[in-house]
Write a protein that binds this ligand. Structure first.
Ligand SMILES: *Cc1c(COP(=O)(O)O)cnc(C)c1O
Length: 371
């Protein structure tokens, strides 16, 4: 069976984790955490980075930093992972779901603008498959209404919008290093703070509501309880694992690009009637997070997935719409979100991981072309 995903190890992870065993810091914010923060801040110009124990945690930190009040509304895409919405619901906000655009699963200003009212505080965007949302238009809309923008950049490491790194454009952003993402440490994530106003508070929330980080930098002579917070820091073991991956980022991205392009050359112009592949908007780069097909119907997708499975290939569908989920259906305002429903019914993701071999890719291509 060709699995859908195989988490990648560069080979240096264990050595770095062993270094942690012999060091004086095994808890968070030690040397490997600082190496990871420095890597992202230097390479992508992020104002401030804080590793977290998951992408979900990073989103929860974003929501806490937005300082939401009862009755505040947050606009969230319906076609996303549950964490994108839960992070804001936990802060007591009302989540208002936006539909995807017609051309890819991302939200667009046309979908967001009609949902804005005097209670709206935040727009959350998801760069689906690492492909940028149209951020100039979304940032302009947010500025006009004095809203914050949070980028769920869980898929988006090393991807760009008009030359600007994803995660650097909104006020706040969240990355994930879950094993299914391009760069992984099992479970892990990162908060990015781009707006200076949130820098100090982000570190306090990260460190259980204390100013311990400032204390360690010698900025204050004792540390204490300053604000709300939680334990969002990953241990040095996670950071050491992640550092080994970051050292190999260009290699990992190069290999994923090779796989993506081999799929694309074999499939784009050779698909059966009614099937299509992703179209990349001119303003977006591809970070090769995902290769997906769009099927003509739910029935056609089910048939394709079963056919692939019977031939030793594990393909998967993706998000179930959040607005019509069991948990949220009764809270949703009843609006139809037809594009979201269509992606939920028709999108199928093909295996894409570092060790996927050319003959395995060719086998998958041949199966699909012959179906
Ligand atoms: C993976 C993912 C998350 C959650 O990240 P975890 O690290 O698994 O907590 C959030 N949003 C999106 C869009 C994701 O794909």
């Amino acid at each position: 069976m060709i699995p859908f995903n195989k988490p990648y190890c560069s080979g240096r992870e264990l050595g770095y984790m062993q270094e942690v065993c012999h060091s004086t810091t095994m808890s968070g914010n030690g040397q490997f955490t600082k190496l990871c923060h420095g890597f992202f801040e230097k390479r992508y110009g992020f104002r401030k980075c804080l590793l977290t124990t998951s992408g979900t945690d990073a989103l929860e930190m974003c929501a806490m930093l937005c300082d939401l009040q009862p009755g505040d509304e947050v606009i969230v895409p319906s076609y996303t992972f549950v964490s994108t919405a839960i992070a804001f619901l936990r802060e007591g906000a009302k989540v208002v779901f936006a539909d995807s655009g017609a051309h890819n699963p991302n939200v667009t200003v046309e979908q967001i603008a009609p949902l804005i009212n005097e209670r709206t505080r935040v727009i959350v965007v998801v760069h689906y498959a690492g492909v940028a949302c149209d951020m100039d238009a979304i940032m302009a809309l947010a500025a006009e209404h004095h809203l914050l923008v949070v980028e769920d950049a869980a898929h988006s490491v090393d991807s760009f919008y008009k030359g600007r790194p994803l995660g650097s454009i909104g006020h706040l952003a969240a990355f994930s290093f879950h094993e299914t993402k391009n760069i992984n440490c099992g479970e892990g994530g990162m908060l990015v703070v781009n707006d200076e106003r949130f820098v100090r508070r982000s570190e306090i929330i990260w460190e259980k509501g204390t100013n311990r980080a400032e204390f360690y930098r010698g900025m204050v002579n004792k540390y204490g309880w300053c604000d709300i917070g939680s334990s969002f820091l990953p241990s040095e073991f996670n950071a050491a694992f992640l550092w080994a991956q970051l050292e190999q980022l260009d290699d990992i991205q190069g290999q994923r690009r090779h796989i993506w392009e081999r799929y694309d050359a074999g499939l784009r112009n050779h698909l059966p009637e009614g099937f299509s592949v992703a179209e990349l908007p001119g303003y977006a780069t591809n970070n090769y997070h995902m290769y997906y097909l769009l099927c003509p119907s739910l029935a056609a997708r089910t048939k394709l997935m079963n056919y692939l499975k019977n031939n030793g290939v594990q393909a998967t569908f993706h998000y179930l719409p959040l607005h019509s989920s069991k948990y949220y259906e009764e809270r949703h305002d009843g609006r139809e979100l037809p594009n979201c429903d269509r992606y939920a019914d028709t999108l199928v993701r093909l295996p894409l991981y570092y060790e996927l071999a050319d003959d395995e890719i060719d086998k998958i291509i041949k199966l699909i072309r012959r179906m």
